[in-house]
Design a protein around this ligand. Structure first.
Ligand code: TXA
Ligand code: MG
Length: 329
């Protein structure tokens, strides 16, 4: 059921679970301080109980009611929020947000950049948990059709904000010590964007550790779980030669992102699910294309994105792809 903001507010206040839009992916929302509502989010998602939930806020002032914000974190929040970035913060042992954090003395806070959801949180006046709106182990929902098919009647309803503009989950950072920025999860804001933000400021000497640094591995409980996988096994191919090689063994369905001239080369021999021509387009359509692959009910799918580079969006995509291909082929 599609909801108005006022209906969504009503449902959330009475402890129900409502899906809300963000610029990254849709979130499965509940009032973060309501243990029963949060419990329902875990049930609906079938999410492991040791995997805490991101809390969504309206603005920095609202976050401050629940956590002390260290200087560097505050600086980055002022630069990037609302936006596709989340921050690890310390909370007290009697915090009302403990239902959302699995009892951990930390929370991940985010201010999403979507007018409907900002309005929603402002009206409720309380933070909302918002794990991605998908059953655990599946890829995230980036439009209403995907969510309806996956979560359907398990939820009170959906606040329809259209197709998510970015299509990849937010970057998660830990900047609590004021000297380092640890990237715990790569989203479209990465090392270069963070480095640029601190340049020529009092924070210009901070160290930025990307997700491959040993110091940042496994800090995010969710990173140990498999994510994003479609039902259909996916084979990641890196060249035209490989496409040819796999064609007879693994069928002709291919998810492709890249130039129109390369698209023309593939079209005659394959059923193409087209991601788009540019990296931002590809990120935006990525989960939707996995959804479309599953609709086709084929035994296997190929994935080919020859234009991937070392930009933050590409790195985020590569992380997702690696999680998909970890699934059994
Ligand atoms: O873009 C996003 O961040 C989306 C939208 C809806 O805001 N949300 C999202 O939530 O991706 P989720 O639950 O799918 O991913 C949150 C990640 C998980 O890997 C979780 O383990 C980690 O954040 N996390 C949440 N709270 C944490 C905490 N207190 N300490 C460490 N990691 C935490
Ligand atoms: Mg998720």
């Amino acid at each position: 059921m599609l909801l108005t903001i006022d209906q969504a507010v009503e449902f959330l206040r009475s402890g129900e679970v409502v899906v809300f839009p963000t610029e990254t992916v849709y979130g499965l929302g509940a009032v973060a301080s309501n243990p029963l509502a949060v419990e329902n989010v875990y049930k609906i998602k079938n999410r492991p109980r040791d995997n805490p939930l991101i809390c969504h806020f309206y603005d920095i002032k609202q976050i401050r009611k629940y956590a002390k914000i260290p200087e560097l974190t505050r600086f980055l929040m002022q630069k990037f929020c609302p936006g596709p970035i989340s921050f690890l913060l310390d909370i007290t042992t009697d915090s009302p947000l403990l239902p959302a954090t699995c009892g951990l003395p930390t929370m991940v806070a985010r201010i999403p950049n979507h007018p409907l959801t900002l309005k929603l949180i402002q009206k409720i006046g309380l933070p909302l948990v918002g794990p991605s709106a998908n059953t655990s182990g599946k890829f995230s929902g980036t439009d209403v059709e995907m969510i309806q098919q996956d979560l359907g009647n398990k939820i009170a309803g959906i606040l329809d904000g259209g197709k998510c503009q970015i299509g990849m989950e937010s970057t998660i950072i830990d900047a609590r010590d004021n000297n380092t920025i640890k990237i715990l999860r790569q989203g479209i804001i990465g090392k270069p964007e963070l480095a640029e933000a601190v340049q020529k400021t009092r924070f210009e000497n901070v160290q930025i550790l990307d997700r491959n640094s040993t110091q940042t591995k496994m800090v995010t409980p969710g990173s140990k779980y498999k994510h994003y996988a479609p039902v259909t096994p996916v084979i990641w191919v890196k060249s035209f030669a490989e496409i040819e090689q796999y064609k007879h063994k693994h069928g002709q369905t291919i998810i492709f992102g890249g130039s129109l001239s390369d698209l023309e080369k593939i079209k005659p021999s394959h059923n193409v699910i087209f991601l788009g021509e540019t990296i931002p387009e590809i990120a935006k359509n990525f989960y939707r294309c996995l959804f479309e692959l599953d609709q086709k009910k084929v035994s296997k799918g190929l994935l080919f994105i020859p234009i991937l580079d070392d930009s933050s969006i590409s790195l985020s995509l590569i992380d997702k792809i690696n999680k998909i291909i970890q699934s059994e082929i």
